[in-house]
Design a protein around this ligand. Structure first.
Ligand code: NAP
Length: 305
């Protein structure tokens, strides 16, 4: 048990905040953890389930005397929440966040923070399609990456403590520049989510024609799309609106490739299709060889039905 911060304040009490709470408790990384969410309903649930040592009725009360304040709200709400907590923060404290987009958070949160308060943005690459205060669990961050995105001139000690917090939560930690982070995430997470949303939308249209066959005969591939497309609508609306440029860049490339494959199918260009699928298969092999995923069929989840 190594206490890294005497007092941590979690602002927003959803999936990520509740997982952080249980994870911090598991490893004994903080003395006291306070929490605040905007709705009385969420605060009530938090009190009921013992989420946070103390649930406060205002953000200002929650951050008073906190050594670390973690902003755990949708990306589009980060700026307003930072404005709310900033005047109540003690000098020398650190603000971090868990937002899925970094440039927008840095631009909207940074200006509200007073001199003497450190700002160390972060993004845990972990989460499920569930949301809300009941959905968190201590193991969520185990063996997952957490990307720390320090702003220019950040205090090395403040960075080091945030790094140790995430390591204590079970994560592997890397540091990255904000714009690079947003491009990498557009490729690995944001664009794939949009594609899943689209595919489920298309199948939903089709279902009207084919009755319930789309669900009845749904193979694992499509089922995985429906799981991704069940993610929180507010969170994902904010991700796309705040990572506009990188997402549009990747979707532009995606559309070009899709058109090329479409043409190959129409013209019967089997060589093009075979060559393309051979290249993508090699990428999958590379991921397994790098130890970043399992070689077990269907990701080790048993036979696909
Ligand atoms: P969540 O479970 O939906 O919880 C969101 C929390 O933010 C709730 O406590 C909610 O309060 C509060 N909130 C929502 N809108 C707000 C607003 N306009 N002003 C103030 N508070 C507001 O969300 P989450 O999955 O924990 O996501 C939180 C952050 O983590 C997001 O920035 C997201 O990008 C990032 N993230 C998510 C994942 C993931 O897979 N879920 C992974 C990595 C990072 P009420 O309950 O009172 O409404």
């Amino acid at each position: 048990m190594t206490v890294i911060y005497n007092r941590v304040a979690l602002i927003g009490l959803g999936h990520i905040a509740s997982s952080m709470f249980w994870g911090i408790k598991r490893a004994g990384l903080a003395g006291e953890i306070t929490g605040y969410a905007r709705s009385a309903e969420t605060r009530e649930i938090a009190r009921d389930i013992g989420l946070c040592d103390r649930v406060c009725d205002s953000a200002a009360e929650a951050v008073e005397d906190a050594d670390l304040v973690v902003l755990c709200v949708p990306v589009g709400a980060m700026g307003a929440v930072a404005a709310e907590v900033a005047p109540a923060m003690k000098p020398g404290a650190t603000v971090t966040d868990v937002g899925s987009v970094k440039r927008h958070v840095i631009d909207t949160v940074g200006p509200h923070l007073p001199q003497g308060v450190h700002f160390i943005p972060a993004h845990p690459l972990a989460g499920t399609e569930h949301s809300g205060p009941r959905s968190g669990f201590a193991e969520l961050f185990d063996n997952r990456w957490c990307l720390i995105v320090p702003v220019e001139g950040s205090d090395p000690d403040a960075i080091d403590r945030v790094v140790r917090l995430w390591q204590g939560l079970g994560s592997n930690v890397d540091q990255m520049d904000a714009d690079h982070h947003d491009l990498v995430l557009a490729v690995t997470s944001h664009a794939p989510h949009l594609i899943a949303y689209t595919m489920v939308g298309v199948a939903d249209d089709l279902r009207r024609v084919t009755d319930s066959e789309v669900i009845k005969y749904s193979a694992a591939g499509f089922r995985d799309f429906t799981r991704i497309a069940a993610s929180d609508p507010t969170m994902w609306r904010d991700v796309f609106l705040s990572n506009k440029d990188a997402t549009l860049e990747i979707l532009g490339r995606f559309t070009e490739e899709l058109f090329a494959l479409q043409r190959a199918i129409r013209t019967g260009d089997g060589a093009h299709l075979h060559e393309y699928f051979t290249r993508t298969r090699a990428i999958r092999r590379g991921i397994i060889e790098a130890g970043q995923d399992t070689d077990a069929p269907n990701f080790g989840r048993g036979a696909a039905r």
